[in-house]
Design a protein around this ligand. Structure first.
Ligand code: NAI
Length: 712
C-alpha cells in the first residue's frame, strides 16, 4: 500500500496520519489507503480507538479537484459518489470510536470525512467548511445529509450555499466539533479517543435526529435562503442544488437523501457552470507562473511603500498597502488635493466601521500607516513607489525622473497609468529593470485585479516581486504586455464600442444595461460609465484623436462627446447616460440619450431598428472574443486563462461563464467566427476576424480545447 497514510499506535489508539502534501487532498489513492488502514485498525487487537490526523499544516483541505476532470458523464459521477458514500459509511459503522483531529482546514470532502467519524477534536485555529459551490458543485459525499443532522438546518444551509468556512469556535458552538484541543492536537485527540473507547462509545452522525425535528424552522431557513440567493447568486445553479439536497434529506431518510444528493451532485458536475468555475480556479493559480521567470527567482521584501498622487486612484492604492499592514507615504503636489485625498480615505474607512466590517481600533491602526506629505522626504526608505498622478506623459516622465533621484537604486518604480507607454517611463527613471506598470482598478482598495505590466527591460526579479506583492495586497496579479490599454482596457474598448453602436442602431441604454446584467455582469456598460466618469473616457478619446488614433477600430460614436460637452459626467454631476436624483444612485432613463443617439445615427446614415437582447449579448461577447484572440496571438497575455481572469476580476464578467474566452468556447468558436463574418458583411471591414480565431476554427479547436481531428 502507498505511504500516503502512516499507521502508528499510541496507547492502544491507532493514529492514521494522512500525508499527501501540500494540502492532503482526498485523492482516489488517499481514499483507498484510508479504507485499508481503517480495516487494519479494526482488525488490530492492540487497538481500541482510531484517530485520523493530517500531516503538515492541515487536515484534508478538500477533494482533488483535478480528479473531477476525469468524470465526464452523470454515470461516472454517480459511481464515484456511490463509492464515496459507502466508504464513509464503513468508517461510521466502525465498532471502535473514530476521532478526526482537525488543524488548518477541513474543507469539502475533508469535512465530509470528519463528519463520518464519530467525533471531532480541532485546534483553535482550524477552519471548517463546504466550499463546493465556489466551483459549481455541492457536497458529494453526504455532506448535505450529515451536516444538518449534526448542526441543524440553518447553519448547514448557510455553509453549503455560501461556501464560507467557519472557525473552530463557531464549529464548537454549533456542535460540528466536540472539543477544541487545549495544547497539542494529536495528544488531545488520542486522549479523547481513549475516553470514548473506555466507555465503548461511538456516535453515528447519520442517526442523529434531535437537530432536525423542527420542520418549520428548516422550511423558514430554506425560504430565506432562496430569497437571498435570488440576489446574491443570480444565474447560478449549484447553491440551489445544495439547498434542494438538504431539504430533501430533511423530509426523507438519510439513505434517500444521499441518493438525491448524488443525483444533484452529478448534474452539477457536468454543468457548464461547474466547468467554468473549475477552469477559473486553476487559471487563477496559473497566472503566477511566468515561463521565463523561474519559481525560485529572488524577490524583494516590500516593507515600506510610497504613492505619488493622492487622487481617486492614489488614495485607494495607499489604502490597499495600509490594509496589508505596509506603511505608506502618500504624496501630492497640492496641499488641498492631499487634504481631500486623506479625507476620502478616512471617509471610506469610517463607512467600513459603520457597516461593522472594521473595528474603530483597526481604523486608527490602519490610518496611522498612511503618512500624507507634499515632499519627497522619506522616499529613500521606500522599497516601492506607485505613481498615480494625472494621465499625462510629460508629467509622468518628470515624476519618474524625480523618483529615480530620490529613491534608493533598488527601489521598484511602478506606474498606475491606464494607457501610457511604460518603456518611456522606464527610460526617464534611469533604472528600467525596476520599472513596471501596476495597473489597479477603481476603486483600488476594492477591485481585486492588478495588471502587472512588463516593459522591455523589466527584470524577472521585479516581475516576481510584483506577483508576490499582489498576493500580499490581496490582489490577483496578472502579468501583461505593454500595449495601449494593456489587456483589460484594450478589451473593454471593444465591448464599449459595440454598446455605443447598438445604442445608435436603436437599442436604449437601459435595454443594453439590462441585457448585460441579465447575462450576469454586475452593471451594464452605461451605468458603469456613469460611475467611472464620462469625462475620464472623453479626455482619453480627445487625446487619441489629437494623435490620430482610436481605442478600437470602426465608427466612433460621438454620443459620449455630446454628454461631455453638456457637462454630464455621470453620477458625480447628477447626470450622464442616466439622470440621478440628489443623494440617490438609482439611474433614471433620460429621453435625451435617445435623441442624441438618433441624431448621431442620422449623421452616419444608420437606420434605427428594434434590437433583440440576444443580438446585444452576441455583439459584445463576439467583440471580446475576437479582440481576446488578438491579445493572445500578439503575446500581450500569456494564456487564455489570463485573459479570462483579467476580465472576471477587472470588470465582473460572470464567473459561472468562465470569462470571455471560456464563454466563447462554450458557444463554439465556429459560431463566433460565423458571427464575425456576418457582422463584417452587415457593418463593415472593421469587423475583421482575428487570425488566431480563424486558425483555431480551422484546426477544430477552442481557446482551451486540445486539437481534435481536423474537420473533413
Ligand atoms: P486624479 O485626478 O483623481 O488624481 C491625480 C492626483 O495626482 C491629483 O490629486 C493631483 O493633485 C496629483 N498630482 C498631479 N501632479 C502631481 C505631482 N507632480 N506629484 C504628486 N501628485 C501630483 O486621477 P486618478 O483617477 O486617480 O488617476 C491617476 C492615474 O491612475 C492616471 O494615470 C490614470 O490613468 C490611472 N488610472 C485611473 C483609473 C480610474 O478609474 N480613475 C483606473 C486605473 C488607472
Amino acid at each position: 500500500m502507498s505511504n500516503l497514510i502512516r499507521y502508528e499506535v499510541v496507547n492502544r489508539v491507532a493514529v492514521l496520519v494522512i500525508d499527501n502534501p501540500p494540502v492532503n487532498a482526498l485523492s482516489p489513492t488517499v481514499r483507498d489507503a484510508l479504507d485499508h488502514n481503517i480495516a487494519r485498525a479494526v482488525a488490530d487487537n492492540a487497538v481500541d480507538a482510531i484517530v485520523l490526523i493530517g500531516a503538515g499544516s492541515t487536515f484534508i483541505a478538500g477533494a482533488d479537484i483535478k480528479a473531477f476532470e476525469a468524470l465526464k458523464t452523470i454515470d461516472d459521477s454517480m459511481r464515484r459518489s456511490e463509492s464515496m458514500h459507502a466508504r464513509l459509511r464503513r468508517i461510521e459503522d466502525c465498532p471502535k470510536p473514530v476521532v478526526a483531529a482537525i488543524h488548518g482546514n477541513a474543507l469539502g470532502g475533508g469535512n465530509e470525512l470528519a463528519m463520518a467519524c464519530h467525533y471531532r477534536v480541532a485546534s483553535a485555529d482550524a477552519k471548517i467548511g463546504q466550499p463546493e459551490v465556489l466551483i459549481g458543485l455541492i457536497p458529494g459525499a453526504a455532506g448535505t445529509q450529515r451536516l444538518p443532522r449534526l448542526i441543524g438546518p440553518e447553519l448547514a444551509i448557510r455553509m453549503c450555499t455560501d461556501g464560507k468556512s467557519i472557525s473552530a469556535k463557531e464549529a464548537l458552538a454549533a456542535g460540528l466539533i466536540d472539543e477544541i484541543a487545549s495544547g497539542e492536537l494529536r495528544a488531545a485527540a488520542i486522549r479523547f479517543a481513549t475516553g470514548r473507547a473506555a466507555r465503548s462509545e461511538t456516535r453515528r452522525t447519520r442517526e442523529l435526529t434531535d437537530r432536525t425535528l423542527d420542520k418549520a424552522r428548516a422550511q423558514q431557513a430554506a425560504q430565506d435562503t432562496r430569497a437571498a440567493l435570488a440576489k446574491a447568486a443570480k444565474g447560478t445553479r449549484a447553491p440551489y442544488a445544495a439547498l434542494e439536497a438538504i431539504e430533501y434529506g430533511l423530509e426523507h431518510t438519510f439513505d434517500e437523501g444521499s441518493i438525491r444528493e448524488r443525483e444533484l451532485f452529478a448534474e452539477c458536475l457536468v454543468s457548464t457552470e461547474s466547468k467554468a468555475l473549475r477552469h477559473l480556479f486553476f487559471a487563477e493559480r496559473e497566472v503566477a507562473k511566468i515561463p521565463d521567470v523561474p519559481k525560485d527567482t529572488a524577490t524583494k521584501a516590500i516593507e515600506h511603500a510610497a504613492v505619488v498622487g493622492a487622487g481617486t486612484m492614489g488614495g485607494g492604492i495607499a489604502m490597499t498597502y495600509a490594509n496589508a499592514g505596509i506603511p505608506v507615504l502618500l504624496k501630492d503636489v497640492d496641499q488641498n488635493a492631499l487634504d481631500h485625498g486623506m479625507a476620502m480615505i478616512r471617509k471610506n474607512y469610517e463607512s467600513s466601521v459603520a457597516k461593522g466590517r472594521l473595528s474603530p481600533d483597526a481604523l486608527a491602526r490602519t490610518l496611522a500607516l498612511i503618512t500624507p506629505t507634499t515632499s519627497y522626504v522619506g522616499f529613500d526608505r521606500a522599497d516601492i513607489v506607485v505613481e498615480a498622478v494625472f494621465e499625462n506623459m510629460d508629467l509622468k516622465k518628470t515624476t519618474f525622473a524625480e523618483l529615480g533621484r530620490v529613491t534608493r537604486p533598488d527601489c521598484i518604480l511602478a506606474s498606475n497609468t491606464s494607457t501610457l507607454d511604460i518603456d518611456e517611463l522606464a527610460a526617464a527613471a534611469g533604472r528600467p529593470d525596476k520599472v513596471v506598470g501596476h495597473h489597479f482598478f477603481s476603486p483600488a482598495h476594492v477591485m481585486r485585479l492588478l495588471e502587472i505590466v512588463r516593459a522591455k527591460q523589466t527584470s524577472a526579479a521585479t516581475i516576481a516581486t510584483s506577483l508576490k506583492l499582489s498576493k500580499q495586497l490581496g490582489k490577483v496579479g496578472v502579468v501583461v504586455g505593454n500595449c495601449f490599454g494593456f489587456v483589460a482596457n484594450r478589451m473593454l474598448a471593444y465591448y464599449m464600442r459595440e454598446a455605443y453602436l447598438l445604442l445608435e442602431e436603436g437599442a436604449s441604454a437601459p435595454q443594453i444595461d439590462q441585457a448585460l446584467t441579465d447575462f450576469g455582469m454586475p452593471m451594464g456598460p452605461f451605468a458603469m460609465q456613469d460611475v467611472a466618469g464620462i469625462d475620464v473616457g472623453a479626455r482619453i478619446r480627445q487625446y487619441l484623436k489629437s494623435i490620430g488614433k482610436t481605442r478600437a477600430e470602426g465608427p466612433q460614436s460621438e454620443v459620449m462627446d455630446r454628454l461631455y460637452e453638456l457637462g454630464r459626467y455621470g453620477q458625480k454631476t447628477g447626470a450622464g447616460w442616466y439622470r440621478y436624483e440628489p443623494g440617490n444612485r438609482t439611474p433614471i432613463a433620460d429621453a435625451l440619450i435617445d435623441e442624441l443617439a438618433a441624431s448621431e445615427a442620422a449623421k452616419r446614415g444608420v437606420t434605427r431598428r428594434a434590437i433583440a437582447d440576444e443580438e446585444i449579448i452576441a455583439r459584445v461577447t463576439t467583440a471580446l472574443a475576437n479582440e481576446g484572440a488578438r491579445v493572445l496571438a500578439e503575446g500581450y497575455a500569456i494564456r487564455p486563462g489570463d485573459v479570462d481572469v483579467i476580465y472576471v476580476y477587472g470588470f465582473g464578467f460572470p464567473r459561472y461563464r468562465g470569462g470571455p474566452l471560456f464563454y466563447a468556447d462554450t458557444i463554439g468558436l465556429p459560431t463566433v467566427l460565423q458571427r464575425v463574418a456576418e457582422y463584417r458583411t452587415r457593418f463593415g471591414d472593421y469587423w475583421m476576424p482575428a487570425p488566431l480565431l480563424e486558425q483555431l476554427v480551422a484546426e477544430g479547436r477552442g481557446f482551451y480545447e486540445a486539437a481534435s481531428a481536423k474537420p473533413p
